[in-house]
Structures are given as structure tokens and as C-alpha cells.
Unconditional design. Structure first.
Length: 580
């Protein structure tokens, strides 16, 4: 009898010790990196004793680079709660102790109302199976709640969050792959928690992944959360290309995963988060509302942001600002309209303080009036040259400065080159750069020989999709840097295009000389221009591409076909050539 009592007592003690050891709510974020004191223990206990709710929503932050998506998810939850206050529930963010998260980021999470918990045991970096094990098990140790709805940072909520609590534990939203469960429902309790710990040990000792064991032992896939019921209330970014890293996706299959409207939804929420958490960051930037105004207006006018039905013609977008250039600009427009390949000429009029002079249409044939569209701007920004245009119907856009003249046959040949490599920027003004990820230093140069890495917007063909990508999906801070510098919009654009597709730019050598009227008095004649461009490259790559250069060196050149130069062989001539 005493022996049996001793054995039962020992087992009970070990179980309690096990639960205490793995219980993730032992430390709150405010003391994540501080020493454990009596005061902090009292504060931690007071936080969790206050939890007296039946359900909570929880997520896991296992990568410091996912802080922005996590903030967006939580902010969207708060917005959904605001639409229906009765559905308000606690929001929990679990962070393994081994994940280094800046204290300011933890404060940002807490400012949005999240309860940040440092898990009691660290995430292992030695084994993928133990990573999954350590990340997921903590959810079942939130014993203060009867039900937990887990969401990944890939989720943005809209409304009716409380409906998720109606599903029984074991329910999961399964998307393309049964392994992908961005939403699932669970019921924390010690028995399940201990069972999962044992399953984790089995996973580590076998070839099975813990995720598979979790599905086998916990999820009942007869209780799937139907995607149709979630679609109107939750947006899940399940594709490998995400709205927060689309510009660094770097793969030829990017179009399969590109969701412009869905990505813009995320960007808008992200902008709202940043305004709330750091309202002073853009207080001196007069163009801060530009992205939302331009993109909202565009999406109200088009049914599909990626629908460009015309493939055998191209549109032209010309940027201009100075009224004194109108006479010459009108001449260039008449020149372009002579080509049957030109569908529409769009004039981006960058000067919001002045109306477009009527002389722009001087001598343009009346039959071609409908082929010329003036795009007036509310904001004075170089970024306007990449605004999406609701009347744009071609999948190709030729972007040019107002001081460039290209022979039409050369222009049409360049269009044919672009059609064979649509992901590339294809044009006539190549440049080369370098970037050192260690020093963060960059260079920017004119070149005389390959390789080159950049094609300037002075004269280039691009995908029409890229306009929306640059204007509506890129982080606004890049646009802000362009506005502050009055420079470098083309560099940011080139980085985005190659960063999305991993496609190198293509230089086309025209048959006839091009006319560049900016060589005498253009912005590039300023001695500070080249060093400023190098600084932009360094700032862009460091801040927006995580110090990984997205630009791709290219050695290709395209030129109109010419007959090969061949003559009758003469060995004596060859000998003289070789021997000198």
C-alpha cells in the first residue's frame, strides 16, 4: 500500500513538474530579457489572473522578419472587433525565447492590445521537426481559456470573427495542402498537452514530421472549416508570394501567385498600422496620402487590376512638367502616332499648379485625338510616372522622357524584343551598379561594355502590371525617399521588377542614332547626380531588400538583324592576322 502510494505520488509530482516546465505563460514580454524579480513575477501573475474569458485568438511569432505581418493581422482583428464589439476576445502572441525580437517591436504588439508571452522552452534550431513541435505545443498550454482560435500571420480579418469560435476543437481551415492550416480551433487542457509532448518525442525519434502526427492525433478533418464561409470575412495569403515580400520573390513563376488587389488590401492595413504606431514618421511628407488616393481611385474604375487584353500594340507614357517643352512634346506625339503599334499616348502632367497648355494638341490630326490622353496629377511627385492608368488596355507600356526621340522602326523592334521576355525591363539606356552587403556601399556608373544591370526610364518597355506593383504595393517609405531626393524612382522600379521575377534587363541597340535633348541641361548633368544615385541604390537595397541585391547583371544585347559579314577564306591573311 505504501509502495503504491509512493508510486502514485511520484507520478503526480512528475506530471506537475512537466506541465510547469512547459507552461508557456510563465513570463510576459515586458520582462522577456530582464532578470526574474519578485516584482516581475507579481506583475506576470496579475496579467494572467485577469484572463477570465472563454476564448482567445492566438498566433505564433517564430521569425523576427514576420513582425509586420503579425501587426497587420492583429490590427485587422481589432478593426473586426470594432464592427461587432460583442465578439471582442483576447489576442495572444507567443514568442519562443530563442527568437530575438526587439523590445520596440514587442511594445508595438502590446500597443495594439496583444498579450505577448515568452514561451517557457526555446525553439530548437537543430531540427525542423522540433521547431514545429516547440512552436505549436504551446497553444495547448493556454489553460486559462476554454477555446483558442489559432491564426497565422498570413491572415487578415475583416468581420464576423466570433463565428470562428462556433467550430468545435479540431476544426481547421485547409487550403491547397492539408499541411497548410492558417486557421484552426483547439481546446487547451493538460491531458492533450501531455499527449502532444509524447507525440513530439515520437516525431523526433522517427522519420515522421510532428505536423503529420498532430493531424493524425488531434485534427478531425471531418470538421473542416469551409473556405467559402471564411472567404468573405478572412483573407488568407496562402501562396508563396506574399504582399510583404512580393518585391523580393525572385522567381519566374511570380505571375501564378501575384494577387494585386489582395496584396493592396494588406498594404492599406499595413499603412494604417504604421500611422497609428508612429504618426510622426510621415508628418512632413506632403505626398503621404498619394498612394491610397491613386490606388483606391484606380480600383474603383477597373474590374481587374491585371486585365490588359491588347497584346499586339503598346501604350506610351511620357512624363513632362515644364510648359516650355510643350511645343517639342507635341512634335514627339505626332511622331509616335504614325506607328500602328502605338495604341494610346498618355501624357503624365506632373505640374499640379498649372493646366496643360492647349498647344499640346497643336497639329495633331483630329482622328488621333482619342489616342492622346492627359493624366493630370494632384501630387507633385516623380513617382507619378508609374501610376496605374484605368484607360490602359495594352499589356506593354513604353515609358519615355519628354526629351527623347527614337526612330519608329527601332521603337517597334524594341517592342518585339520585349514580347519575347515580358518580365524584363527592355530599353536603350543601360547603366551598371555594384553593392557590398557588408559595408552597404554602392556604386552607379555609365558603361562602355557589359555587364549592365539597370535600364533607365528615359526609354524602356515594361509590363503594365508593374505600374500597380510600384505605386500600390511597394512600401510607401521608398516613395518618400524618392520625393525627398527628387531622384531615383527608376532605380526603385528596376529593383522591384528584377526582385519580383529574377529577370535581367535587356539593352536594345537601335539601328539609327537616338536624340537625347537632356544631355545639355538635364538633371543628369549635375555633378552630384551620380553619387546621389549610388546612395539611393545603397539605401533601397539595405532598407527594402534586407541587404540582398535584387538587380541582375546582364550580358545580352539585342539589335536588328543585319546580314553576316562573310568572305572567301584566305589562309595567308589568317596567318598574317595571327602572327602579326
Amino acid at each position: 500500500m505504501n509502495r503504491r502510494f509512493y508510486i502514485l505520488t511520484s507520478i503526480s509530482f512528475l506530471c506537475c513538474l512537466l506541465i510547469f516546465t512547459f507552461y508557456p505563460s510563465l513570463r510576459s514580454s515586458s520582462e522577456a530579457y530582464a532578470s526574474s524579480t519578485q516584482a516581475s513575477r507579481g506583475e506576470r501573475n496579475s496579467v494572467f489572473n485577469a484572463y477570465d474569458k472563454k476564448g482567445a485568438l492566438a498566433t505564433m511569432l517564430c521569425d523576427p522578419n514576420m513582425i509586420e505581418p503579425t501587426l497587420v493581422s492583429i490590427y485587422s482583428l481589432n478593426a473586426a472587433f470594432a464592427k461587432k464589439p460583442s465578439s471582442k476576445a483576447d489576442i495572444i502572441v507567443l514568442i519562443p525565447e530563442s527568437i530575438r525580437v526587439e523590445q520596440q517591436d514587442i511594445h508595438r504588439l502590446e500597443k495594439l492590445g496583444a498579450h505577448v508571452i515568452r514561451t517557457a522552452f526555446p525553439q530548437s534550431t537543430l531540427d525542423d521537426k522540433s521547431n514545429a513541435c516547440n512552436s505549436l505545443i504551446n497553444l495547448w498550454a493556454l489553460f486559462d481559456y476554454q477555446k483558442i482560435v489559432y491564426f497565422s500571420p498570413d491572415v487578415v480579418f475583416d468581420k464576423n470573427v466570433d463565428q470562428l469560435f462556433n467550430y468545435p476543437p479540431g476544426s481547421a481551415l485547409s487550403l491547397n495542402d492539408d499541411q497548410d492550416t492558417p486557421l484552426f480551433v483547439l481546446a487547451p487542457n493538460p491531458s492533450t498537452f501531455e499527449g502532444l509532448i509524447r507525440d513530439c518525442s515520437k516525431a523526433l525519434a522517427s522519420s515522421s514530421s510532428f505536423a503529420e502526427l498532430l493531424q493524425d492525433s488531434y485534427f478531425d478533418y471531418k470538421l473542416r472549416i469551409p473556405p467559402k464561409e471564411i472567404k468573405e470575412n478572412v483573407h488568407v495569403y496562402s501562396a508563396p508570394m506574399k504582399p510583404w515580400n512580393f518585391h523580393a520573390y525572385s522567381d519566374i513563376d511570380w505571375k501564378k501567385h501575384y494577387d494585386p488587389v489582395g496584396f493592396y488590401k494588406w498594404r492599406r492595413v499595413n499603412n494604417d498600422v504604421r500611422r497609428l504606431l508612429d504618426p510622426s514618421a510621415t508628418k512632413d511628407w506632403v505626398n503621404e496620402p498619394r498612394q491610397q488616393i491613386v490606388c483606391d481611385s484606380y480600383l474603383q474604375s477597373v474590374a481587374n487590376a491585371s486585365y490588359f487584353p491588347i497584346h499586339d500594340q503598346f501604350s506610351v507614357m511620357i512624363s513632362t512638367y515644364n510648359p516650355e517643352r510643350i511645343e517639342h512634346l507635341s512634335l514627339i506625339i505626332r511622331h509616335l502616332l504614325k506607328s500602328d503599334k502605338v495604341h494610346t499616348v498618355f501624357i503624365t502632367w506632373h505640374n499640379p499648379a498649372l493646366d496643360v497648355p492647349a498647344s499640346l494638341y497643336q497639329d495633331i490630326p483630329e482622328k488621333d485625338y482619342e489616342r492622346v490622353k492627359v493624366l493630370g496629377q494632384t501630387f507633385d511627385s516623380l513617382n507619378n510616372r508609374f501610376n496605374p492608368v484605368d484607360e490602359l488596355k495594352t499589356d506593354a507600356v513604353y515609358i519615355m522622357d519628354d526629351d527623347i526621340y527614337v526612330d519608329l522602326k527601332d521603337l517597334e523592334f524594341t517592342f518585339s524584343v520585349w514580347r519575347s521576355r515580358k518580365d524584363s525591363v527592355v530599353g536603350h539606356f543601360p547603366r551598371v551598379h555594384t553593392y557590398d552587403p557588408l559595408t552597404k556601399d554602392a556604386t552607379y556608373k555609365l558603361i562602355q561594355k557589359a555587364p549592365y544591370s539597370i535600364i533607365l526610364t528615359k526609354s524602356m518597355f515594361i509590363r503594365s502590371d508593374y505600374l500597380f506593383s510600384y505605386t500600390c504595393l511597394l512600401e510607401p517609405k521608398l516613395h518618400q525617399l524618392v520625393d525627398n531626393q527628387l531622384n531615383c524612382e527608376d532605380l526603385g522600379f528596376s529593383m522591384m521588377t528584377s526582385g519580383m521575377s529574377n529577370a535581367a534587363s535587356t539593352f536594345v541597340r537601335p539601328r539609327k542614332h537616338m536624340e537625347d535633348f537632356g544631355l545639355k541641361q538635364g538633371i543628369s548633368t549635375n555633378t552630384a547626380h551620380m553619387p546621389a544615385r549610388a546612395d539611393c541604390i545603397s539605401d533601397f537595397i539595405t532598407q527594402f531588400w534586407n541587404a540582398k541585391d535584387p538587380l541582375v547583371n546582364s550580358y545580352d544585347i539585342a539589335a536588328p538583324f543585319a546580314k553576316p559579314l562573310i568572305r572567301v577564306g584566305d589562309w595567308e591573311r589568317i596567318e598574317r592576322t595571327i602572327l602579326g
